[in-house]
Design a protein around this ligand. Sequence first.
Ligand code: SF4
Length: 121
Amino acid sequence: MKKRDLICISCPFGCRLHAEWSGTFEELKITGNRCPRGAAYADRELRNPARIVTAVVRSTSAEHPWLPVRTDRELPKPLIDALLNRLYRMRVEVPVSRGDILIENFENSSVNVIFSSTTTR
Ligand code: SF4
């Protein structure tokens, strides 16, 4: 039997969750959650952990040398380092508008990286 303790990040209560499972999560048992969202969080975190990624990219603008970007949905955790490495090597032309896509379908994940702000020059 495998075990793991987690803290639910779905709301400010931050319930301490305890997960036990055998094999490939067929008999996953989660305790410590005050509501069903905690069980759903633990299930997702164990089977397919993913996060919204926020970062900055270098720009050609002297006025705004760094531009904020983020993923438009959660990216699987194993892809996060590769995405950050790619973003930190980029240098983008301005202007950009909030919501413009910088990277489309990163590594066939269906996740786009979009600009979080508008920069006119
Ligand atoms: S289990 Fe429910 S109550 Fe507890 S932190 Fe998660 S969302 Fe909040």
